[in-house]
Design a binder for this molecule. Sequence first.
Ligand SMILES: [Zn+2]
Length: 217
Amino acid sequence: MDIGVLTVVAASLVAMSVVAWYRVIARHDETEGRGFRVGVAGMLSVLAFIAGYFEVSHHLRQQLATEALGVLSDVDGISADCERLTEGLLNLSQYQGYVYFDGTNVAHLRRQVCHNLWDYAHGGQANPTEDQILAVHVVGHEAMHINGIRTESVAECTAVQLNHLIAEELGATPEEARELQRRYFEDLYPRQRSNYISSECREGGDLDIFPDRTEFP
Ligand SMILES: [Zn+2]
């Protein structure tokens, strides 16, 4: 169960709105203060709606990320944990995502990764931004860790060769998905940390998972 500060705020505002509207109805015959009671109830309802909107959006993004993760993993109970706003403010790490190797099958994703993944799936497929390409790839990279690959350069190079399948799941045509894969490999892969990249991540290299094919990735 994913409960954050916003969950509590949204639930509290809903409860307060209900109480406020109950007062409006119960004390309907009292003219004094009636306008004020209606005003308070209306304001609480608006705030509850806004908080609820953001809370539901968080869960929808997380659900989409979980679906994307499942494209490259058959591990049971795999799920994405999208960072909440409050967690994001406290997280100063450079990592886009991480997995704890403790038997749990959860990929922890930075807030912007989940946002960019959502934007990619909702209209970004034909002309994705670099951040959207990175988000699609990061999900693939974390899926490799959940699949049991611990070495960063191996997880990274395997994801490089499979990330187009996530793009397709998120609505890209096969051509758009391959273009995303090509752009990641040519533009973003070389800029990763040194322990993420390998000279064997090439056609015919040790990390080529499709040795029979002549094109890479
Ligand atoms: Zn990694």
